[in-house]
Design a protein around this ligand. Structure first.
Ligand code: GAL
Length: 333
């Protein structure tokens, strides 16, 4: 073998070796650590609280409240991250940077953003809780964009079905029908409401769950719909509960603790139940926020695969877990 060939062979071998080590390191680090600081692919803390994940164009997109320090105090920010593996998230900056859109006053509130992809209009429609500092306005706001990570433009604020609306949640059923979940204090419960065909409004009540709960989230798996919510203790955690039904219209079973005997859902509050449908399995991920009201930017994420099926649901003791976003398999370490 000539010296040149020898060098080429060695270089090719080294490149292959480095690539496989890189793959190995990526696979080995496909671990989610509930409650730990979660950094994006640039090493910055992920700021996506009260958020939601959607799947679009072969990737996952995570939107949430960006509570980072040092921002313009007059504005509210919604971040956008994408990921191929559900573990490593790349920041695309803020999808929405909004100044008070409705004269709500200082310390106005934008919380729990959720994004729908409307396949008819091809627009992305962001919903969020819009309020004043006393949570008295109780509306939803919507903003739209032609591109998934924005920039989004504010469209309007309104009370869905004319009702007060505070915490919101997002649910898209297997047939593509999109719903908004919203908590309505005067009616002492929360609504599951179908969106209009263009996703720009709330069309009709689908179900009303007559229990005063917030942080509402819903998943459809097999023959069951599972709804979860937290009691109303503000930023303080409490025992999240769930109920089930064979139909999204209800009737719903009675509610029970999702993580017995743990009294406060391991310090978290739900924001979404994400159905991770893979080539081999379907896992349901509980996405919760561990709020830190004195330093909201340092609120952590409690994401865990649920024990779920046959009308039963349980949040396991949080431990690091592995996910294969292609097969849908998850395993607790
Ligand atoms: C929580 C709610 C949060 C935020 C907070 C304010 O119950 O889920 O999104 O509104 O109250 O106290």
């Amino acid at each position: 073998m000539t010296a040149f060939k020898h060098i080429c062979c060695c270089a090719a071998f080294a490149i292959c070796f480095l690539y496989s080590m890189h793959d190995f390191a990526q696979a080995a680090s496909n671990i989610v650590r509930p409650g730990a600081v979660w950094s994006d692919t640039q090493g910055a803390r992920i700021e996506a609280h009260g958020g939601g994940v959607i799947r679009y164009d072969g990737k996952f997109f995570w939107f949430g409240e960006d509570r980072a320090q040092g921002q313009d105090p007059a504005k509210r920010y919604v971040s956008c991250y994408d990921s191929s593996d559900f573990v490593h998230w790349t920041s695309h900056g803020d999808a929405l940077a909004l100044a008070d859109p409705e004269d709500l006053g200082p310390n106005w509130v934008l919380e729990r953003p959720k994004v729908y992809h409307d396949t008819h209009t091809r627009q992305f429609v962001m919903y969020f809780h819009l309020d004043d500092s006393h949570y008295k306005v109780a509306r939803v706001g919507i903003a739209t964009s032609s591109s998934v990570c924005g920039p989004y433009t504010f469209v309007r604020g309104f009370r869905p079905l004319g009702e007060e609306s505070r915490d919101i949640g997002q649910f898209v059923d297997d047939d593509g029908t999109a719903y908004l979940i919203f908590e309505s204090r005067p009616t002492k419960g929360f609504f599951i409401a179908k969106l209009t065909a263009d996703d720009l409004g709330v069309a009709e009540k689908t179900s009303f769950v007559p229990v005063p709960l917030e942080g509402g989230a819903l998943v459809h798996l097999g023959a069951w719909y599972y709804v979860v919510g937290s009691h109303m203790t503000g930023w303080r955690p409490n025992p999240d509960v769930y109920a089930v039904s064979h139909s999204i219209h209800g009737p719903w079973s009675s509610f029970q603790n999702i993580a017995p005997p743990e009294p406060n859902t391991y310090g978290s509050q739900p924001t979404m139940l994400f159905k991770l449908k893979g080539t081999r399995e379907t896992s349901v991920i509980y996405m919760g926020d561990i709020w830190n009201p004195r330093a909201l930017w340092d609120s952590r994420y409690l994401w865990m695969p649920l024990d779920i099926g046959n009308g039963k649901l349980r949040l396991p003791d949080p431990k690091p877990w592995k996910v294969n976003a292609i097969t849908g398999a998850t395993s607790i370490q």
